[in-house]
Design a protein around this ligand. Structure first.
Ligand code: PLP
Length: 386
């Protein structure tokens, strides 16, 4: 597999250690038939796990009926999905633009911000919003930006969680402040209580749009639909992707509130965005989350994991909400733990040297959580023993 990959693929991901051939529920299998407990969920994407029957059925029926329309024609799956998202936001005037990915959702948000007549965007250091040139321009991780400069110029970065930093940076020139409610790629960084509410107040004071990038926190992962509701804020823009399609490519940019600009005909578009098959998957995913009360289950599962993981020797602490958790290790050996876990049949990820991130499906059962805790504890102790 390794040779075949290297012969044909760009090296932007490096060479993956394993090739997966099958998935079912919370498990995946590699080409040698080895089974893995998947606690990364396609990086917070497979919210119902792998090959969930409701997704398989929705996708199969839709592809057999109408697979693609372009955006010159309407289709029911898209309208139904946009209505669901509108209801989830609580704003009957919310308007949805569908695309295929998180980066594209944020590109759309950047363009909406330009419609204010202002150009400045404020984003957070450590934040991640995608790899396209616009989304990269608002991504606060210098190593990812450096080779591709010059990027969009009118962007300021502030310390995530510091309201003083934002107060100094924001002005009547600011078109948009964009933040994640929890910084996922930066290692599951949770801002202090009250921060998002204060951000909202500063945006309101200066007439700047507040955009929340809910690409990673969204679709129930944190125990709420979007991941910012507990803060009691009302952003002007919400971006989604990852879990939205339950594994199929789908992103969305939602505008909220009466002062937020909206696109006029011709101002934006996407050939595949919101195609009927991805929307059918998403409708099935959202219905299932609601029917099975998976928001509460994600919250409860997260609390259970926090309690169990905190007792494992070598764990400094656990941060995050619901099923987006960062396990802080007592030392910089996260990549060794990730590799050891893989060898033991467990998929997790190390976003930095001392954090293990997990984002399992919202459908995980108690026995999966227990299996995870045991495998993780073994991996950690084996790494410690050398
Ligand atoms: N925004 C956030 C918060 C993300 O975590 C990611 C991906 O990890 C993105 C945007 C980019 O999404 P995509 O890879 O679908 O373009």
């Amino acid at each position: 597999m390794t040779d075949r990959w290297q012969d044909v693929m760009q090296n932007n991901y490096g060479t993956p250690g394993i090739a997966l051939v099958k998935g079912e529920g919370v498990y995946v299998w590699d080409e040698e038939g080895k089974r893995y407990l998947d606690f990364l969920g396609g990086i917070a994407t497979n919210v119902l796990g792998h090959a969930h029957p409701v997704v398989v059925k929705a996708v199969s029926q839709q592809i057999a009926k109408l697979g693609h329309t372009s955006n010159l024609y309407a289709h029911n799956q898209g309208i139904e999905l946009a209505r669901k998202l509108q209801v989830m936001t609580g704003d009957p005037k919310a308007k949805v633009f569908f695309c295929n990915s998180g980066a594209e959702a944020n590109e759309a948000a950047i363009k909406i911000s330009r419609l204010t007549g202002r150009t400045q965007i404020i984003a957070a250091e450590g934040g991640f919003h995608g790899r396209t040139m616009g989304a990269l321009s608002i991504t606060g991780q210098e190593p990812k930006r450096l080779p591709f400069k010059p990027l969009l110029s009118d962007v300021k970065f502030v310390t995530f969680g510091s309201i003083d930093a934002l107060r100094k940076a924001i002005s009547k020139k600011t078109a948009m402040v964009i933040l994640e409610a929890i910084q996922g790629e930066n290692g599951v960084v949770v801002p202090p209580n009250g921060y998002l509410r204060q951000v909202q107040a500063l945006c309101d004071e200066h007439g700047a749009l507040l955009a929340i990038d809910a690409v990673q926190t969204g679709i129930g992962r944190t125990g709420e639909w979007f991941g910012f509701e507990h803060a009691g804020i009302h952003p002007n823009i919400v971006t989604l992707a990852k879990g939205l399609g339950g594994g199929l490519p789908l992103g969305a940019m939602i505008t909220l509130g009466s002062n937020t600009p909206n696109f006029k005909p011709g101002e934006h578009g996407s050939t595949f965005g919101g195609n009927p098959v991805s929307c059918a998957a998403s409708n099935a995913v959202l219905d299932y989350i609601q029917k099975k009360n998976l928001l509460d289950k994600a919250h409860d599962a997260g609390e259970f994991l926090k309690g169990e993981l905190a007792q494992i020797p070598g764990v400094q602490g656990v941060r995050g909400r619901g099923l987006l958790l960062g396990i802080e290790l007592k030392g910089e050996f996260a990549s060794a733990v990730q590799a050891k876990a893989l060898s033991k049949g467990l998929l997790v990820n190390a976003p930095n040297k001392s954090i293990i991130r997990i984002a399992p499906p919202l459908t995980v059962k108690k026995r999966d959580l227990k299996e995870f805790v045991q495998l993780f504890a073994e991996a950690l102790s084996e790494v410690h023993r050398g």
